[in-house]
Design a protein around this ligand. Structure first.
Ligand code: NAP
Ligand code: ZN
Length: 404
């Protein structure tokens, strides 16, 4: 291709490589003043993509359609935006729910490109960006924007934005009005406020799942102040569940896993649980009555909750993060009243708290157990997640051809 062609004509690969090169050259020439000011000065000089551009992605066109390669449009980089070359993206069960239109209150807009456990390398920055420079590693979780002015946003709870957070996919892009498309993609453009700093030296593939599975289980532990020696139960040992075990064990809480899979009992202990119990083991459930301060359920479907209410101690709370459609009835008021027990929900965490969990895990070498896949293996990976056959997070390797 000749250099006289426009950026748009060059397509995604040429666009990216040229901008990375240009941005890198400017940075190299920037004075080495150090600190934020130096980085800001370099960043303001970095050239950025001048218009919307195309990117390769993986998604589906209907609820029953398989995931396949797609060409999507990314918005132009605005002054506060970061352009990321995506390196890794985790597969969350939410991706499966959304691509298959399984959430009654959040209908899917097609084509749907999922992915919200994203690790990328900064390829360009907008003129006002101060947090990142070209070459840095950034992470993107479930949100890419929020109103920024409501009381919840002002309190660092963007996930509870009263005007509706913009999610990484299947949401409205506040800048363009278009449907957001997620991280199963070569490249994305995100406001720097919603990009998380990833500390140098982190295992990037194993850090990706912290951006959803990690924060979603960390946040209730923070809110309900899970402390050492308290008893916590984790219901469902999948992507979220295995992070819950690791994060609770790191706080020196006493962890019990409730699983439907006999094959995961040994794993639960390896991950940090003191014991693992099958849901079907009624003797164990009876033995554990009135024991737990906190239960975190990561089960993706509605399920009978009363047996788990029964194992909560006085003032205990069952936090449901997994089942987001209609829950099962059948809770017994008398037992909740006499035990002053609570049923609660929780959704991901705010941006500051997401940065906190990334830093917390980096400082303690906590990472997800991941199985890397190629994009061609996506449909197979989805089937294995649904069959509860993942140990414990699939992560798509998108590094091919990139200087990762
Ligand atoms: P996952 O990897 O599939 O793990 C879910 C685990 O739940 C399974 O491995 C299985 O563990 C257990 N399970 C029990 N009954 C099941 C059933 N009928 N079907 C499938 N699994 C069953 O899923 P995940 O990525 O951890 O996500 C879990 C749920 O959390 C999903 O519904 C997801 O949408 C939701 N989520 C919510 C938030 C939030 O902010 N609230 C954030 C992320 C994800 P055992 O084999 O041990 O029984
Ligand atoms: Zn998720």
């Amino acid at each position: 291709m000749s250099d006289s062609r426009t950026d748009h004509d060059h397509g995604p690969t040429m666009l990216s490589r040229r901008h990375v090169l240009k941005a890198g050259a400017v940075l190299a020439a920037a004075p080495l003043v150090g600190g934020i000011a130096g980085r800001a000065e370099a960043a303001t000089k970095a050239p950025v993509a001048s218009g919307a551009f195309n990117a390769r992605a993986y998604g589906n066109a209907s609820a029953t359609g398989r995931l396949e390669p797609l060409q999507i449009k990314r918005r132009a980089v605005r002054p506060n935006d970061v352009l990321l070359d995506v390196l890794y993206c985790g597969i969350c069960h939410s991706d499966i729910h959304q691509t298959r239109n399984e959430w009654s209150t959040l209908p899917t807009v097609y084509p749907c490109v999922p992915g919200h456990e994203i690790i990328g390398k900064v390829a360009a920055v907008g003129s006002a960006v101060t947090k990142f420079k070209v070459g840095d590693i950034g992470g993107v979780g479930c949100m890419v924007d929020s109103c920024g002015t409501c009381e919840n946003c002002l309190a660092d709870r963007e996930q509870n934005c009263l005007n509706g957070a913009s999610f990484t996919y299947n949401s409205r892009d506040r800048a363009t009005g278009e449907n957001t498309l997620g991280g199963y993609s070569e490249r994305m453009v995100v406001s720097e406020r919603f990009v998380i700093r990833v500390p140098p030296g982190a295992d990037l593939a194993a850090t990706a799942p912290l951006l959803c599975a990690g924060i979603t289980t960390f946040s209730p532990m923070q809110h309900w102040k899970l402390s050492s020696r308290q008893r916590v139960g984790v219901i469902g040992l999948g992507g979220l569940g295995h992070m819950a075990v690791k994060l609770a064990a790191a706080r020196k809480a006493e962890v019990t896993v409730f699983t439907t899979s006999p094959g995961k009992i040994v794993d639960a202990q390896r991950l940090g649980a003191r014991e693992a119990v099958l849901w079907s083991d009624t003797a164990a459930m009876k033995r554990l009555a009135n024991r737990f301060d906190l239960l975190i359920s990561t089960v993706p479907q509605a399920f009978p909750m009363q047996p788990f209410m029964d194992v909560l101690a006085l003032d205990g709370t069952l936090v449901n993060v997994g089942a987001l459609n209609q829950l099962e009835g059948g809770l017994v008021g008398m037992s909740m009243a006499f035990g002053r027990k609570s049923l609660a929900g929780s959704v991901i965490g705010g941006i500051a708290e997401t940065q906190e969990v990334i830093d917390y895990c980096a400082a303690r070498s906590i990472k997800a157990d991941v199985e890397l896949i190629r994009p061609e293996q996506l449909n197979q990976a989805y089937d294995r997640v649904v069959a509860r056959d993942v140990r414990y997070r699939f992560v798509i390797d998108l590094t091919t051809g990139k200087n990762a």
